[in-house]
Design a protein around this ligand. Structure first.
Ligand code: BDR
Ligand code: CA
Length: 349
């Protein structure tokens, strides 16, 4: 299903893919409905926008949140795990298990984004303690158990570096068919954000991303091309605060912190809520327009390390004997996205 948006309006897209305009196509990602919620695991490094993404999932009857697993990324993994537990507690979802995963990349240096998210991962926001500890089995074993036990295939939304997902695919290859879809936030057809070439979640562990994109598991790549259109501003933060709830306070503070950082660095008065777009795509069938691409990850150690090389040009794919391996997000209706988030937070405690 293609998005109900004007595909000729490429204005907000910061880089137009290839010399032709990729046409939006049918999505391959499943989506949940109230009648048939999609079983979902979120693999995350909370994280300001991760926190908003988890809130959206908690409030959406279209998904059945089975677990939140954590990975080192925006902050150290122990902080990310604590944040995940506390966020779920604030969102009234102590029933959702949390398990800690990889502290850092498979190979190479540990990369953090504390300049964006603060050392805590959640800026200055105070999150009340959760009564729950993390599950002792760890992220990869928990994902494997849930995949094996679920009566139907499970969608995974990786919204941090892909280390845990690569480990899962390597340690339990027989469970790959139990993954209904990987709807991941990461990469970019165009420019990067952490480097000129690469987006944070991919450059934080390019080898893991390479394993994932070569795995054959159905993938949607929600990259910067689309997330840079999914913007909130001060009025959205105000609306979240005016909900008067604990979840609304948290979401408002996270958004304000992200807005402050963006203003400081670039003079922009908006902030992209990257990770929530991956969840939104699983909740609303026609919000994000996607096009099929072959995505390859640059794992060399030059300036393009972590780049997602996206080829959507049919004659070139034929020439190199390649098939598309991912839906790639290209367009989103910003107004609908903002309303989706605000409506979701209005349902949280
Ligand atoms: C991604 O990087 C992280 O800092 C965010 O949480 C998001 O997952 C955006 O590039
Ligand atoms: Ca993230």
């Amino acid at each position: 299903m293609s998005a109900g948006v004007n595909l000729d309006d490429w204005g907000p897209v910061h880089a137009v893919p290839t010399f032709h305009r990729a046409r939006a196509g049918e999505r391959t990602a499943p989506f949940g409905t109230r009648e048939r919620p999609l079983p979902l695991i979120i693999d995350s490094d909370p994280g300001l926008d991760d926190a908003l993404a988890i809130g959206l999932a908690c409030a959406s009857p279209e998904v059945r949140l089975l677990a939140v697993t954590t990975v080192g990324g925006n902050a150290d993994v122990t902080r990310c795990t604590e944040n995940a537990l506390r966020l779920l507690h604030a969102y009234g979802r102590d029933d959702v298990p949390v398990a800690e995963g990889a502290a850092g990349a498979l190979l190479g240096d540990v990369v953090r984004a504390t300049e964006v998210h603060g050392v805590s991962g959640v800026g200055n926001t105070q999150l009340p303690a959760s009564p729950n500890p993390a599950r002792p089995e760890g992220a990869v074993a928990l994902m494997a158990r849930l995949l094996a036990e679920s009566p139907e295939p499970v969608a995974i939304a990786p919204i941090g570096p892909l280390t845990n997902i690569a480990l899962l695919l390597r340690a339990y290859p027989h469970l790959a068919p139990r993954i209904a879809h990987l709807c991941l936030m990461g990469g970019s057809i165009g420019e990067g954000n952490t480097t000129a070439a690469a987006e944070f979640n991919i450059v934080a562990d390019p080898e893991a991303a390479d394993v994932v994109f070569r795995s054959g598991v159905p993938i949607t790549m929600i990259g910067l091309d689309v997330t840079h259109q999914a913007l909130l501003d001060r009025s959205a933060a105000r609306a979240l605060r005016e909900l008067g709830s604990e979840s609304g306070r948290i979401a408002a503070e996270l958004t304000d912190y992200a807005l402050d950082r963006n203003l400081e660095w670039s003079g922009a008065t908006t902030t992209a809520i990257h990770d929530a777009v991956a969840i939104a795509h699983l909740v609303v069938p026609d919000l994000v327009a996607v096009a099929r691409y072959h995505v390859a990850v640059e794992t060399g150690h030059g300036p393009a390390r972590g780049r997602t090389v996206c080829d959507g040009l049919p004659y070139r794919l034929r020439r190199h004997g390649r098939e598309p391996n991912a839906d790639v997000g290209i367009l989103i209706d910003r107004g609908r996205f903002e309303r989706l988030l605000l409506d979701a937070y209005a349902r949280l405690p």
